[in-house]
Ligand binder design. Structure first.
Ligand code: PMP
Length: 404
């Protein structure tokens, strides 16, 4: 994999910010898009824009074909057994909410327990709090250890016959920690609980095989895998999806409507009410093709080098502490600096053309756990280079001098 060739495919990387070449290290928030994805969007609108499924004209057939081809691409990307198990959503948040509102409402009763972890994104906390409040169920939280790993002994002791669901993040967006989800799923299944895996951060870095993992649900977002915003997918085991109540009502999701009674469509359409996000779905396939063509193994190797390099360079800065030093991490570093507010650092780095994320990263309870208001987070993607990390390190030195 030649990074300079990869960079050529991402037009945005050629721009400047505040007169400096852009250094984009906010990939965990959203990744940039290759030209092929941008072209797929405009090609759809310029050549075969039409509503899908019901049309018999050529444009509708072409659009339907491309939309359904994306479903096969997602199936392959995450290793699902059947294409009907792939539901298109707006993203991870909608996927988790879909499960909470359908499976959750049907299966959670008073006194039942839902287990999440202390490093969850708000998207994997709030939907379960809503279900727990409505059903008088109890939310339990797996503690996070000082090194940013989950306390697995505590997890096992939380599991019981009362546990109905474990909903966990595979990769922390704030720490980079890769959680041992396969082991966690096995333990949850032993007590009869179902497991949802939040794959928002993992899908772009790790090989995903939902069958091997044996998760019951898996949600991810297109915009973090080099695809467009507004599209994502939810995987669910067929048997579960078939038995869950519907989510939203409207067109597409019905078989027959009368004023007396409505019957519902087969999977996956049962959960896709209304005209879907056709263009972004089609372009999601192009993004997954980009990852496949580049090769996840090569991407991972490159990102691991960036992580090791950045970690070593950052650790050499006096007063800087990396939050989350798990043994198994993706290419993301979160850190705090003595006497420096993360937001001030973010502003100064932006003046140097460097885009990092600062704040709580939608994980307020995790920040509380570490006793900090937030972190400075640099997250790396396939197109980042060591030279850019050097720019960040030089920028940090300069900004620290100004701020302390
Ligand atoms: N979970 C995690 C771990 C995330 O990082 C994010 C996005 N920051 C989400 C869930 C929510 O994803 P989205 O906003 O794309 O729905």
């Amino acid at each position: 994999m030649v990074v300079t060739d990869i960079r050529q495919q991402f037009p945005i990387l050629g721009r400047t910010v505040k007169g400096k070449p852009l250094v984009y290290f906010d990939n965990a928030a959203t990744s940039q898009k290759p030209q092929s994805v941008i072209d797929a969007l405009s090609h759809y609108y310029a050549h075969y824009n039409a509503n899908i499924h019901r049309g018999i004209h050529t444009l509708a057939e072409e659009a339907t074909h491309a939309y359904e081809a994306a479903r096969f691409a997602v199936q392959e990307f995450i290793g699902a057994a059947e294409v009907e198990e792939i539901i298109f959503t707006r993203g991870t948040t909608e996927g988790i909410n879909l499960v909470a509102y359908t499976w959750g409402r049907q299966n959670i009763a008073a006194g039942d327990e839902i287990i999440i972890s202390g490093m969850e994104h708000h998207s994997n906390i709030v939907p379960w709090q809503i279900v727990c409040e409505e059903k008088n169920a109890i939310l339990k939280v797996i503690p996070v250890k000082d090194n940013g790993e989950l306390d697995m002994d505590a997890y096992k002791s939380l599991l019981s016959s009362k546990t109905k669901l474990v909903s966990i993040v595979q990769v922390s967006n704030s720490l980079g920690t890769v959680n041992p989800v396969k082991e966690m799923i096995g333990a949850a299944h032993e007590v009869g609980a179902k497991v949802l895996v939040d794959g928002a951060q993992s899908a772009v870095h790790l090989d995903i095989d939902v069958q091997d993992m044996d998760c019951d649900f898996f949600a991810f977002s297109g915009h973090k895998v080099y695809g467009p915003t507004g599209i994502g997918a939810l995987y669910g085991k067929k048997e579960l999806l078939e038995n869950m109540p519907v989510f939203q009502g409207g067109g597409e999701m019905i078989r027959e409507v009368t004023f007396e009674k409505t019957t519902y469509n087969d999977l996956p359409y049962k959960y896709e009410a209304g005209t879907p996000n056709i263009a972004d779905t089609i372009a999601l396939k192009t993004a997954l093709d980009f990852i496949k063509d580049t090769g996840k193994e090569s991407i991972r190797k490159h990102e691991a080098e960036l992580l090791a390099y950045a970690t070593a360079q950052l650790q050499a800065i006096p007063g800087l502490t990396i939050i989350g030093q798990a043994g198994n991490k993706v290419s993301l570093v979160s850190f705090v600096i003595d006497g420096v507010h993360p937001q001030d650092m973010g502003v100064l780095l932006d003046n140097m053309g460097i885009a990092v994320r600062t704040g709580h990263h939608c994980t307020q309870p995790l920040m509380k756990r570490f006793g900090i208001p937030g972190t400075i987070r640099a997250s790396f993607a396939v197109y980042n280079q060591k030279e850019e990390i050097d720019v960040l390190i030089a920028g940090l030195h300069k900004a620290i001098k100004m701020l302390t």
